[in-house]
Design a protein around this ligand. Structure first.
Ligand SMILES: Nc1nc2c(ncn2[C@@H]2O[C@H](COP(=O)(O)OP(=O)(O)OP(=O)(O)O)[C@@H](O)[C@H]2O)c(=O)[nH]1
Ligand SMILES: [Mg+2]
Length: 406
């Protein structure tokens, strides 16, 4: 079983609005589940309701449903105070409107409060099945993006999910890259191949980030190349708690590593951190159903000189064709532009995207998913092709870590 992401690393999405505008219905519509109690009686939601879940393509989120902002009386005031507390944990606020209600005084008040705290707000105009209105009217008063939806029919709820993703803050502070996989004082061995494609005198960015993160979590990081690994293992008086290797040298590493030592790759660590490892794993498994002649898009975030033994242009196509039992038709895409016509591909294999932020990565995942194309990344695909995917996922399993992370 793959573990749950800790609450702190989830994107906290708070729903705010007057009573009866459809906040609870909206949570149910976004999640496709009956999470929150809905009724025509204003004041149905009395206490904040929290629900953690995965939504594509955002990843792990925490929905927070609240009582109406216009709740009245003694109890009503207590409820509004509770709602105010929810604001403290909100990463993105959905300010929900119903076209029937023309008084926006409370909404303007809350909007100012969010603005003062620099919390991004997405305006939601609900119930457009009953009453369609022009979002521009709202945008005159609120300097936020508006999305019109119907929680009842589900219309445009996907647009809202997209907007949440677009306007969500990219970096949630305090999120670990690998430090949460291990205890403090853990010994982690990093295996880096001599990398022809890195500028002289540098390590890959992913390796540097992993080292920093381990140090921040009081774990020990030892870095070797694959050639030195056996010597290192022989000279240690304890087993490493985790080995993180470049996917290219997995074969070599598994040969010398005791079977019970957890091993994973830098690209899997990054996939978990930046995107959606579960999706990448699913994508890699579809390699099994590829046929000779199928089109595969290999996408690289950075432009660099293609070199001998280049992963995107030589090794990956070769390994894919070997697995498929004939040549697959490879297109290599490089840089910030991403093709629009994804539908023609049977699979997208992306690089580790060390130079991209999470939003850039998830936008691409979303495009592929929307086009119905499975997507994976170099590291996960290579692990799969080399038959070590399942074993390298063990590092993220129960008791070790959480697979879904921001
Ligand atoms: N036609 C229509 N009705 C909706 C829509 N969304 C919600 N409703 C109805 O509006 C009523 C209130 O919905 P809730 O989701 O309970 O509203 P709420 O904002 O959570 O209300 P409180 O918890 O009382 O603050 C229910 O009868 C819903 O069925 C919609 O998009 N279209
Ligand atoms: Mg409610």
């Amino acid at each position: 079983m793959l573990n749950q992401a800790p609450a702190a690393s989830r994107l906290h999405i708070g729903l705010f609005g007057r009573r009866n505008v459809g906040k609870s219905s909206l949570i149910n519509a976004i999640t496709g589940q009956q999470i929150a109690l809905v009724s025509g009686q204003p004041g149905t939601t009395t206490d904040p309701v929290y629900k953690s879940m995965e939504i594509l393509p955002i990843g792990p989120v925490m929905f927070m449903d609240t009582a109406g902002l216009d709740d009245e009386g003694e109890v009503g005031t207590l409820r509004v105070n509770k709602t105010r507390k929810v604001m403290d944990r909100t990463d993105v606020a959905l300010l929900v409107f119903s076209p029937q209600v023309a008084d926006w005084s409370l909404e303007l008040e809350w909007y100012q409060a969010f603005k003062a705290r620099k919390i991004p707000v997405v305006g939601v105009i609900n119930r457009i099945d009953e009453n369609d209105v022009d979002a521009a009217l709202f945008e005159e008063y609120f300097d936020v993006p508006f999305v019109k939806v119907s929680s009842k029919t589900g219309l445009y709820v996907d647009k809202l999910t997209e907007a949440i993703q677009t306007y969500a803050p990219v970096d949630l502070s305090g999120v670990a890259l690998v430090g949460d996989l291990v205890n403090s004082d853990a010994l982690v061995v990093l295996v880096a191949p001599p990398d022809k494609q890195s500028p002289k005198g540098r390590l890959k960015l992913a390796q540097v980030q992993v080292i920093r993160d381990l140090l921040d979590h009081h774990a020990m990081a030892l870095t070797v190349t694959d050639d030195e690994l056996p010597t290192l293992l022989a000279s240690l008086n304890r087993r490493p708690d985790l080995v993180i290797a470049d996917a290219q040298v997995f074969d070599k590493v598994t040969r010398v590593l005791p079977g019970d030592v957890l091993l994973t790759s830098f690209s899997m660590v990054l996939a978990r951190f930046k995107g959606d490892l579960g999706l990448m794993v699913e994508g890699a498994r579809t390699i099994d159903s590829l046929k000779p002649g199928d089109k595969v898009l290999i996408a690289e975030a950075c432009t660099h000189h293609a070199m001998e033994g280049d992963i995107a242009r030589e090794r990956l196509p070769q390994w894919l064709s070997q697995k498929v039992g004939g040549d697959v038709s490879i297109t290599v895409n490089t840089g910030v532009d991403f093709p629009e016509d994804l539908g023609q591909y049977k699979l997208v294999v992306h690089c580790g995207a060390c130079m991209f932020n999470r939003r850039q990565v998830t936008t691409r995942l979303q495009k592929a998913t929307q086009a119905g194309v499975p997507v994976t990344n170099f590291g996960v695909a290579i692990a799969y092709l080399k038959g070590v995917l399942d074993s390298s996922l063990r590092a993220f399993e129960d008791g070790h870590a959480s697979i879904e992370k921001r």
